[in-house]
Design a protein. Sequence first.
Length: 417
Amino acid sequence: MPPKLPSERPLRILISAYACEPGRGSEPGIGWNWVEQSASFHSVWVLTRANNREPIEDRLRHTALPNARFIYVDLPRWARFWKRGQRGFHLYYQLWQMAAYFAARKLHQSIDFDLVHHVTLGAYWKPTYLALLPVPFLWGPVGGGEVSPEGLRPAFGFRGKAFELARRVAQSCSRLDPFVHLTARKARWGLATTRETEKQMRRLGCSDVSVVSQAGLPSDEIEMLGRIPFRESRPFRIVSIGRLLNWKGFDLALQAFAKFHAKHPESEYWILGDGPERQRLSNLAKALRVDTSVRMWGQIDRSELHSKLAESDIVAHPSLHDSGGWACLEGMAAGKPVVCLDCGGPSSMVTMDTGMKIPPQSVAQVIGSLADEFERLACDRGLRFRMGVAARLRVRAHFAWEVVGRVPDHVLQGLVK
């Protein structure tokens, strides 16, 4: 880490992290890792939900984080009724943000924060009332500006079409929400996860926006995945990782695998994860007559996930709108080339040296291109090796949490002046 300049001092930073949990991916992991990196250089106070207390305090018993203080905020029992599954979640989150604001205002009176940083939830169309505090405000990283490519929407089933419609309505309504505009205008600096989100943040009034990754991996996990040997054995095996949701594009990868499998009948496709699309994908595999070569492993723990990565040759991640893309990073760290669509977060992670990015023009084109890339990688072991080596180097250099989750000190000092 670069030494601090003599004029720099540790800042008093208030972090809003509704989702914050050590050892997790997605939003909880984002919250925890940004807190951990900020606390390595500054004094931080963290507003988070009360149900994160147990995993946080369990981690702190084993790994000290002396510069971080956690303030657990939750709503009265009667208000928690709204958060059961996804029902009423958005209303609950808005109410929690209000409670967090009043807690923050009281804290600020005694601590006098230098900076307020909103980390999670990371959606640009959800406001945070902490922007109302008379303190420089850092917003992000936030995503959510990505949309499904128009040419791929015909592939959606009823559930997927309903989800996409609801998502687009939420994005549109954000332009009418005065508190979303206020959040954007108050931000001294915005962090967007993708170019699509950067555009939306600027439209809302955030004048200074940078694109940064939302996803990262701990250094010890990168080192552990980096020790996985290059795979020499058969059969050629493709793996996809993630929640089985319509917009993840696993159905596209499955149809591409069926085309590829016709030429390579010994090949296998493994799907790691669970979700509402599982039965639909299972039925599709049967209809395509590849069900005996497709393994759906369901939800598995981290150690087993790493083991399955070691037994695979490439990662297929055809997500239609992904702000992050942890599956891509895990695969790259394990030395696996990644085949993804050229959109969203994965597009900025994967390069021509570490995998293949497919233009999302139409359903038939994407399926055909995925199958072609599977063929190319299956037939060229040397290419897989070169891409795997480049992928590991890229993750170490750009996607370790120590790199992703730290705003440079000179930037922070400039924000508070």
